[in-house]
Design a protein around this ligand. Structure first.
Ligand code: GLU
Length: 432
């Protein structure tokens, strides 16, 4: 009779709280979380705070906050590695007693027998090292503190971890960890080493490439759902060219088979594009709480209705919530308008025409009932009267009101700005 054990998947994210939550770590956490949720397993946290000099509670908190922001919840209480010192010492002493380790200059060193140390990596397939090449190594220092490769294995065993998914910068640690599993007589988890994230220049992602902390992207106005979707695609693909996926879709589609073997490239332009897709899909009401604090920073406390209309007008052409706030500010108050380079060039091409179009528009718009339909009608009539293409009227208005050459349709822009303010701002622009 064959008995099948339904093994509950247990995975962990094991950050060292010596810095912020970096995108590489966040991606590792996300893959573990997706795998756990997909397999109805457990996603655990282990804070690897053994480097007392560099680990801080603030960093731990920032990492937990970053995970929460990304919508990654964890099961059970986080384990703090530093609190497990006695256990690490106990296991090292046991190996010493069993002759699997020996003392050398007050440190405990593990014997690594010759022979193959290999595993079937969930991402890379078979990876093999020779015991002969891995020299006996210290597992407990003379001050009785454990070495990283030892503490990790003792903890993973005690936490009953079934799958270790981590960055492939850890591949060289794995044979040493296998030697520890063997010495402790414990079954090994399945290892999956996820390829690194590179910058656009093909080098490992670092500060040189710009923001690398998840919190930075939060402050730059990236939505958590966009960041999560983007991170999921850094080194994983559901197959085909599917890109925009909700949390539920990612959970349903994620599998270790879909993890790519090659490094992925962190492309900020793509992140912003993806964020734009999410901004577009959100309602003005959903964006309001993200935009209002940014407006307050600019000293703007417009009416909620006005802000909401402005958000609706600009969200499809925005890449970040900061971008939305900037564009809303420009619509609510002329003092935020700055002419961009393209706008300056367009004005310079025909300055008199620009001024004349604005002055004529003001005259006509004064008598218009302020609806998008009426405004458009009036401006098209004006263009016809002056025997010019409608764009010759629309574009100067767009430039004067936004400082740029692209925006929502001009009639919508005018209705968002409001009659009184629009007339005042156009008149002022027609004179300079
Ligand atoms: N603390 C390690 C790191 O941040 C985790 C290693 C592991 O997942 O085994 O890279």
């Amino acid at each position: 009779m064959v008995v099948l054990f339904a093994m509950t998947v247990r995975v962990r994210f094991a950050p060292s709280p010596t810095g912020f939550l970096h995108v590489g770590g966040a991606r590792t956490a996300l893959f573990n979380w997706l795998f756990a949720r997909r397999e109805a397993g457990k996603f655990l946290l282990r804070i690897e705070d053994t480097d007392k000099a560099r680990s801080t509670d603030e960093h731990t908190q920032v990492i937990l906050d970053g995970l929460t922001w990304l919508g990654l919840d964890w099961d059970e209480q986080p384990i703090f590695q530093g609190a497990r010192l006695a256990r690490h010492q106990q296991m090292a002493d046991q190996l010493l007693k069993e002759g699997k380790a020996y003392m050398e200059e007050d440190a405990i060193r593990l014997r690594v027998p010759p022979g193959e140390l290999s595993w079937e990596d969930a991402v890379h397939g078979r990876i093999s090292f020779k015991g002969e090449d891995i020299r006996d190594f210290v597992i407990l220092r003379s001050d009785r503190s454990p070495l990283y490769n030892f503490a990790v294995v003792v903890d993973d065993i005690d936490m009953q971890i079934t799958h270790v998914l981590r960055g492939d910068d850890h591949i060289s640690n794995t044979p040493k960890q296998l030697a520890v599993y063997r010495a402790l007589g414990s079954v090994t988890p399945i290892f999956g080493h996820v390829p690194m994230i590179h910058g656009p220049d093909g080098k490992k992602l670092s500060k040189r490439h710009g923001a690398t902390a998840v919190g930075d992207y939060q402050h730059l106005g990236i939505l958590p759902e966009a960041m999560r979707n983007f991170l999921a695609l850094l080194g994983w693909s559901p197959g085909g060219d599917r890109e925009i996926m909700s949390k539920e879709e990612l959970r349903a589609l994620f599998s270790l088979d879909g993890i790519l073997k090659k490094p992925s490239v962190f492309d900020t332009t793509k992140l912003e594009w993806m964020n734009g897709q999410y901004l577009t899909a959100k309602s003005a009401d959903e964006l309001l709480p993200l935009v209002e604090p940014e407006l307050a920073k600019l000293g703007l406390n417009g009416s909620t209705a006005g802000v909401r209309n402005a958000i609706t007008a600009v969200k499809t052409r925005s890449r970040t919530t900061l971008d939305v706030a900037r564009q809303v500010a420009v619509r609510l108050d002329g003092k935020f308008v700055t002419l961009d380079e393209k706008a300056q060039k367009e004005i310079a091409k025909d300055k008199d025409g620009y001024h004349a179009a604005l002055a004529a528009s003001v005259t006509v718009l004064k008598n218009v009932a302020w609806t998008a339909g009426e405004i458009e009608h009036a401006l098209r009539n004006l263009a016809q009267q002056r025997n010019v293409a409608a764009g010759k009227i629309f574009q100067p208005i767009r430039i004067a009101l936004t400082g740029g050459t692209v925006s929502e349709p001009v009639n919508e822009l005018l209705s968002v700005v409001g009659k009184e303010a629009a007339l005042r701002r156009l008149e002022a622009a027609s004179l300079i």
